[in-house]
Structure formats: C-alpha cells, structure tokens
Design a protein around this ligand. Structure first.
Ligand SMILES: [Ca+2]
Ligand SMILES: [Ca+2]
Length: 508
C-alpha cells in the first residue's frame, strides 16, 4: 500500500523539476559591465541556479554606483552591482571586477538573505564601503563558496570585513583565495565571519589591517583580527576550520594581528598547518592581545565583562602551525588564550619562534584563564619584556600542561624566563627540554626539569606545509619523547622512539 502511494508522488516531482528549471548561462563580453548588470538582474528573478561566465582575463571596471541597499532599517551603503538573489555561479576565468578608484564609494557584491553563491577564478578589487564587506557582503542565512578568488585593496569603514563579510547563519567555504591590502575599521581587516560556519583552506592573507584608532576602555574595544575575524560558528554546534593558510604582516589594534577568534556554546575550531608570520598588535595599552592570534570563548553574560566567566563547551585545537616573529605592543606576541570552556585548548606539533611582546608579557603565549594542553611543540627565541617569554599564565585559574616540548633561548624578565606569571599553574608532564645559552637559571620552571641544548637549526622549509626548526644530529631531543603525537609538524611519521618538539629527526 505504501509503495503504490509513493510512486505517483515521485513521478510528479520528476515532471515538475524536468519542465520548470530555468537555469541560464550568461556569457559576458570583456568589459561589458552593462551586460553583467543585466545578467545579475535576470538571474536574480528566480531561485534557480544560473551561471555567469566572464571573459578570460577580462576587466570589468565599475565606474558608478548601481544604487544603495538597506538591510532591514539599516543603511548598508552603495553597491556596484545589483543585489544577488537566489542561486548564482560566477565563473571568473581570471577576470577582474574593479571599482574605478575615482568613482564614489560602493562595494562590489551584495547578496540577499538566503543567497547561495559560488565565485571562482576572479579578482575583486578596490571595493569601498562605509559599512561592511567592501568586496562581498554575504546576506543572512546563505551559502557562499569562493574558489581561487583574489581580494585586493578593498576598504570597509564600518565594523566588519574589508574584503568579505559573512553575515550570520552562513555556510562559507573558501579555498585557494588571496587577501591582500584590505582593511576594515573594527573586525576582520580582510574577512569577518559572524556566527557562520567557515572552512578556509589554502588561503593567503597579507598586509590586511583594522583601522580603528580610538582609545577605548570597553571590554571589547575595536580593532580585532587584522586578517580574519571569527565571531562564533553557525548555531550552537558551529564548526570553524582553517587549514594550510598563511597570515603574513596583518595588523590589528587590540586583538589578533593575524586572526581574532571568539567561540560560543558548543562551537569547535581547528587551526591546522597554518603559518602566522610577522603579524602585529599595535595598541600599547593593557588590552592589546595576541600578535598572531587572539582566541577566546565563553558563555554570554549580562555583565559587560562576563564573557570569560560563564563556561561553555567550545573546543579548540591548534596543530602543525608555525608562529614566527609576530609582535604585540603589549601582551602575547604569538597567541592570547582567554578561555572559559570545560574543554582544554590543545596546541600540538606547533613551532613558536622569535615572537615578541614589547613592553609586556607572554612572548609566545599568554593564557588568561584557560586550561591549555601543549604537546610536542618547539618554543625558541621568543622575547618578552616582562615574565613568560614562552608562556605566561595570567590568572589563578590559568593552567598549562606541557609534554614533549622544547624551550630554547626564550628571553624574558631577568634574562631567562621560559615560563612565568603572577598566578596560575604550570604542569611539567614530562619529556620536556629546557635550554638557555647564557643562563642556567630555572626560567620560571621547576628546578628538576631536564636542561640541555636541543641543537635546533634555524626555521626553514623542511618539507610539509609549514616551516619548522630541524634537530641537528646528536640533539638530546632525539628519541627522548614519550606518548607523542603520531606524526610531526610536517606530517613525518615518528622514527623509532619519538623526539621531543615539533620536528622528528630522520637520519639521512
Ligand atoms: Ca536564478
Ligand atoms: Ca625518533
């Protein structure tokens, strides 16, 4: 009985889809902005997925605003192209869509609520907006896929996303994209991802920044995520993945020169195989945190400063990453961890080299109130003016557990200070190696730990997707680990007994 009832319904749906789909392909001649505008208007008349194909290596220069848009009652400013509605694929073929720099202020793309867009092989440049998302403003509750898209010189003077703003409840997939010289006022010099799921792979962020300069004493002062800002995933179980991306020379004022991250509820975050090089926090006040990354989580609270006191179940794992020469003008040159979750933050197979907190504390890591578990990492040549050149704990609830990790030549207060803090707990879980070339003091650590020169090579490309510090032959770190990660930072399998640090020595 059930079978005979289903069959006609299936036939009906097949018939319906077979006749009513009006998917169209629009091929746009080189430079023909008028045709591009008409195609977007036509494509947006229904929800069917249409395709716009641009001329190979073409240039589409937008010389005037198409109009302005409102999101509810909020003025979202000028747009260069019509609002995209429904489902649209743009095949760029290496073309560029650029706002003429002498034209008025308008962004390039704006999408309506529930839009589903895919953009590939396109350069989007010189967008300019007094609000958010000067390259792309992706509307509420949509899907966006960006493949091999370059974003150059886009400027948002409002809060979010110089190049791209994902408004809340989106699913965003971003692969092989480049973000260079974009800027926003407050959050995400290049990309701001608000309460949306993000999978970002194989991307490059260079020279992006936040521009806010106002002196602020608020809990959330402006200027976070010089390259990328993540403010929560899509819903309670939102997922955020950043893999094999490079963040170089991005700047923010107060939090996360490269990446600013905040997680809610049961959000999960993986940052894997990424490099953070020479990103910077520029503010010199106490609230300046995380030259490379600023990470926090916590339940919402009515109290202005209550974010980090209400514990949630957010999960964060940083693995196989390198932080090199990131600088905070105050605290935590490499990464700031301000966490309130029942789950520990994991940092595995990572290298922290030459990061610096100027006029401050925590050269590589500052742990505000997190439970931080560090395994098979290498900390070398990190610098802080005050305590904790490698790691600093900064509250009574802060706890750091460390195993199979190298601390070499980190220089803080009193010349040597791998670990320090006014309070909190440091747990040496064993198989760690400590060394300072000119000082044999304890460096803030228990006096019974193993001390020897790990014989590290300079940071270099030793295979894998990130730079690492190789062990020289004869290093006391070789075969001296226990219960290590299964592969090293490069993805190299452990050889024999595992080594201390992020690099596994392989005899040539
Ligand atoms: Ca359509
Ligand atoms: Ca080994």
């Amino acid at each position: 009985m059930t079978q005979t009832r289903r069959f006609p319904i299936f036939v009906f749906l097949f018939f319906f889809w077979g006749t009513d789909v009006q998917s169209k392909t629009f091929t746009i001649g080189n430079g023909d902005v008028k045709a591009l505008i008409e195609a977007i208007v036509e494509a947006s008349k229904n929800d069917d997925e249409d395709i716009i194909v641009l001329a190979k290596n073409g240039l589409y220069e937008l010389k005037s605003s198409y109009g302005s848009v409102k999101d509810g009652a909020n003025d979202k400013g000028g747009i260069g192209l019509p609002t995209i509605k429904g489902s649209l694929v743009i095949r760029g073929n290496g073309a560029t869509i650029s706002r003429l720099t002498s034209a008025g202020k308008f962004r390039i793309f704006y999408t309506a609520t529930n839009a589903k867009i895919t953009i590939e092989n396109l350069t989007i440049q010189n967008g300019s907006s007094d609000t958010e998302g000067a390259g792309i403003y992706q509307g509420y509750d949509g899907q966006i896929t960006l493949n091999s898209v370059k974003f150059f010189n886009n400027t948002a003077r409002g809060m979010h996303g110089g190049a791209v703003f994902f408004k809340s409840k989106n699913i965003a997939k971003v692969d092989k994209c480049e973000f260079k010289n974009n800027q926003a006022r407050d959050y995400g010099g290049a990309v701001s991802c608000l309460l949306s799921d993000l999978t970002m792979t194989n991307c490059i962020f260079e020279n992006n920044k936040t521009t806010a300069t106002a002196t602020s004493t608020k809990h959330y002062p402006e200027g976070q995520g010089g390259g990328l800002q993540i403010d929560g995933g899509r819903g309670d179980n939102g997922k955020l993945i950043i893999r094999n991306c490079k963040f170089t020379n991005n700047r923010a004022r107060v939090g996360g020169g490269g990446i600013g991250i905040f997680l809610y509820n049961n959000n999960s975050l993986v940052v894997d195989q990424c490099e953070l090089n020479q990103n910077q926090i520029t503010e010199t006040k106490d609230s300046a945190l995380g030259g490379g990354i600023s990470y926090g989580s916590g339940g919402r609270s009515n109290k202005a400063d209550g974010y980090l006191t209400n514990k949630n179940t957010a999960k964060a794992v940083f693995s196989n990453c390198t932080w090199y020469a990131n600088v905070s003008s105050r605290q935590s040159g490499g990464i700031f961890v301000g966490r309130a979750s029942t789950n520990a933050v994991q940092i595995n197979n990572c290298t922290f080299a030459n990061n610096e907190s100027k006029n401050g504390v925590g050269g590589a890591i500052e742990n505000m109130n997190g439970n931080l578990e560090i395994k098979n990492c290498t900390f070398a040549n990190n610098i802080s003016t005050g305590t904790g050149a490698a790691i600093r704990n900064n509250s009574s609830s802060a706890k750091v557990s460390v195993s199979n990790t190298i601390f070499s030549n980190n220089k803080g207060a009193n010349n040597i200070n791998h670990y320090g803090g006014p309070s909190g707990t440091f747990v040496d879980k064993g198989n760690n190696l400590y060394f300072h070339a000119t000082n044999t003091g304890t460096g803030g650590l228990p006096s019974n730990v193993k001390r020897a020169d790990p014989l590290l090579e300079n940071l270099a490309n030793n295979g894998g997707s990130t730079k690492t510090m190789a062990l020289k032959a004869g290093s006391p770190a070789i075969d001296a680990g226990n219960n290590c990660t299964t592969t090293d930072q490069r993805g190299q399998a452990r050889v024999g007994k595992c080594d201390i640090g992020a690099f596994e020595f392989v005899k040539k």
